[in-house]
Design a protein around this ligand. Sequence first.
Ligand SMILES: NC(=O)c1ccc[n+]([C@@H]2O[C@H](COP(=O)([O-])OP(=O)(O)OC[C@H]3O[C@@H](n4cnc5c(N)ncnc54)[C@H](OP(=O)(O)O)[C@@H]3O)[C@@H](O)[C@H]2O)c1
Length: 302
Amino acid sequence: MMSSFENTYWPLNTKGFNNKIPAVGFGTYLISDKTTIYKALDTALAAGYRLIDTAAVYNNESYIKDALNVLLPKYKLTRKDLFITSKLDPKDHGDEKTVINAVNRSLNNLGTDYLDLFLIHWPGTFKVSSNSPENFKMRNSTWKALMKIHNNGNGPLKNIGVSNYTTKHIKEILADPSNVVPAVNQVEFHPYYQQSSEFHKVCRDAKIILQAYCSMGGSAGKNSLLNNDIITSIAQKHSISTAQVLLKWALQRNYAIIPKSVTPERIKLNIELDKELTKEDMESINNIKHIEKFAWQPEKVF
Ligand SMILES: NC(=O)c1ccc[n+]([C@@H]2O[C@H](COP(=O)([O-])OP(=O)(O)OC[C@H]3O[C@@H](n4cnc5c(N)ncnc54)[C@H](OP(=O)(O)O)[C@@H]3O)[C@@H](O)[C@H]2O)c1
């Protein structure tokens, strides 16, 4: 059975033929084994996911290619039916040659001649101290190189964006009028880490799509969000799972989502998100005061 979210796309600020993004995508962090990725993508495509989120550092790009070689014909899909996102390894910040090599590596690994979205994974550079101004120089140089490769949508990167960019990093990129505005900023966002109102204003005013990761608390096996009392009571009221409440809350906060699972039943349910949360449900989740981060700390990157 297909989910109604299969056909839910949000407009991106980029011009060109790939300028819309599925609101719900499939996350692949920590799925780095060939058989597991094949099975997960098999279930995900059958359930209606059309966006696959990967990254150079996930070490699964070539397994995704192998899986898609079999699965696209199986589901009578073509490359154009998919939206594939990959991300630059923080080791590959820098000059044009370094960035072009990194992009080509992701394209080759994924067996495609274009990516729908390519993100700077992290505002800092590998092995450069977080508080060093060198980070700004490196990500700025990377962005200029990505803009050239993107070539207003005519190059192999149909949309370019960033990930883990804080208000400071986003303001900096917007301050240079010669910069292409990032299409997407993929950030940690869930009831225990709701980002600031300034962050939301800056990104929304620039028409940057926000995409949430760790919506269900991340892959580190911490279940505190999934077991939270407020989330649990809302889930019981609507007869849905706590994961579905967390995912629907993010969508209703206008965040695109990329839930990850290797469990078939969860993969299917994580895109079954038709039940609307009420204004009261939304407010009680918005008012959760507990703050907890499950991933890295971009605020520390100069
Ligand atoms: N840009 C970045 O820096 C960054 C950082 C982190 C993540 N991401 C991206 O965002 C995606 C999602 O984030 P994430 O993988 O960290 O965390 P997540 O999607 O919040 O959570 C994944 C975890 O939740 C479990 N889970 C999934 N569905 C569930 C359900 N319905 N009920 C209970 N548990 C469930 C999964 O277990 P099973 O797999 O065992 O089912 C897995 O342990 C990643 O896969 C990756 O693509 C990006």
